[in-house]
Write a protein that binds this ligand. Structure first.
Ligand code: DLL
Length: 432
């Protein structure tokens, strides 16, 4: 099923014509209504009328997260406060959060785009959809909530936490679609088993997972554990929240809502735009937002774009599964390591669970990487020899993939921290 056939299947030339018109309006709007952009454009010597084709966008300056922080809380808004009907914020690890706002029209667009996204993932008015994201300033829960309502699903807003109750309600309400972070999905499965409930036997048939990077191996693990079809969806508060992009049931890239967001992929070092297919940092310009229009926002997320029409019939550009963030990359004694590479290795090894933690330390001049991981319950025999063998196996596989010797520590099942939202996998003690 396609939610908005006209918008999701139009020709590239028609899409590009719509994008250009909206881009020109957006540039004019921010220049006139947001002093931050007026100053920045003047500083770069560019004016909205310099944008005559989509390519001209590359002449305009980027927006970065600190720009939003420095304009905390409302100075990036393009409309008076009176027109704002909702606020969200992204937590941020230190200091002030990044605040985002929505007008009535923005909320309507958001619900529409999430409706497209959940329809792609196979959700309809026949479904009971349990939203296991935290309700609050985070965009995840409210974003999914209104989009799911729009398609007519029966929404169960359980939020995060109280995991035993989540499982009970899944059984009692016969939930068919579950919405959470991939990490929380694995944690919920574990709690279900402890309660004597086999997650694979619950009526859930689809899972919509997002808000953090997760590997194909994690997808396989989730699909097997829950006996569901698991799709990925992407978004970020600064741009809107969830609904920016999502996978259809073909699961071969996330369709971007291109009539509302113009995407580029750039080389994160030089800032130069890259061609389709080349991996780099995703940059997004909003095309229809009223409260918080944003120009060339550097997401720090690493992906590549594919403009080929999809087997599902949609013609919108697809972005590859996000492999990590430019600021996630660890440099261990000169070797670049992404946490996703480690996750991928761990989940390929039989007998290893999906619960792990990465710890980086410095000893003298040398960096040291330690991976703590829980063996799967079934391989936790209690025999020292078996565990040592498993540990060696993980160590050798990591060395082969990362070209780096990591210390591997198998820890007792259940002993590592569990997460209900985004996982915090890396503890970099060098920065503490
Ligand atoms: O996480 C919005 C969201 C909520 C998306 C629910 C999907 C589902 P923020 O808290 O602002 O917003 O975090 C945005 O999370 O820049 C990515 O680094 C990461 N992220 C979000 N979705 C994905 C994904 C929400 N599917 C930041 N794969 C983004 C990888 C993701 N990373």
């Amino acid at each position: 099923m396609i939610w908005d056939v006209e918008k999701e299947t139009m020709s590239r030339s028609r899409m590009q014509a719509i994008q250009l018109e909206r881009l020109q309006q957006t540039l004019k709007n921010v220049y006139e209504n947001v002093s931050f952009y007026r100053q920045k454009f003047d500083q770069y010597g560019v004016k909205p009328e310099h944008c005559r084709s989509l390519k001209d966008l590359s002449r305009f300056p980027f927006t970065v997260k600190t720009d939003l922080r420095e304009n905390y809380p409302f100075n990036m808004f393009a409309v008076p406060k009176k027109k704002i009907v909702r606020i969200h914020a992204s937590s941020g690890t230190t200091g002030k959060p990044t605040v985002v706002g929505y007008t009535k029209n923005d909320l309507n667009t958001w619900a529409e785009l999430v409706a497209r996204m959940v329809t792609m993932a196979g959700v309809s008015s026949d479904d009971v959809a349990q939203v296991c994201f935290g309700y609050g300033l985070f965009t995840g829960a409210f974003g999914l909530h209104y989009g799911l309502e729009r398609v007519g699903a029966m929404v169960v807003p359980t939020s995060t936490g109280n995991t035993e109750r989540q499982i009970m309600l899944m059984q009692d309400f016969e939930t068919t679609a579950v919405i959470s972070t991939p990490t929380y999905a694995m944690h919920m499965a574990e709690v279900a088993r402890k309660m004597g409930v086999d997650p694979a036997r619950l009526p859930i048939r689809v899972g919509l997972f997002g808000s953090e990077a997760w590997t194909e191996n994690m997808r396989a693990e989730i699909e097997k554990t829950w006996h569901i079809k698991a799709t990925d969806n992407y978004g970020l508060s600064e741009i809107m929240g969830p609904g920016v992009a999502g996978e259809c049931l073909e699961t071969c890239g996330m369709h971007i809502a291109e009539d509302h967001f113009l995407v580029e992929v750039i080389d994160p070092e030089t800032g130069e735009p890259l061609d389709y297919g080349q991996e780099g940092e995703l940059v997004i310009t909003s095309l229809t937002k009223e409260a918080l229009p944003i120009i060339r926002y550097r997401t720090r997320d690493i992906t590549a774009l594919n403009p080929e029409p999809c087997r599902c019939g949609r013609t919108t550009i697809r972005m590859k599964k996000v492999s990590g963030r430019t600021d996630d990359m660890l440099i261990i004694s000169g070797v670049n390591v992404f946490p996703s590479q480690i996750e991928s290795v761990l989940l390929e090894i039989d007998g290893i669970s999906s619960h792990y933690q990465i710890i980086v330390t410095k000893k003298g001049y040398l960096d040291a990487l330690e991976v703590q991981v829980e063996p799967a319950e079934k391989s936790f025999t209690g025999h020292f020899k078996d565990l040592k063998e498993l540990e060696e196996k993980v160590k050798n596989r990591l060395a082969a993939v990362l070209s780096l010797r990591a210390k591997v520590k198998l820890v007792e099942p259940g002993s590592l921290e569990r997460f209900e939202g985004k996982a915090k996998r890396v503890i970099d003690k060098r920065k503490m």
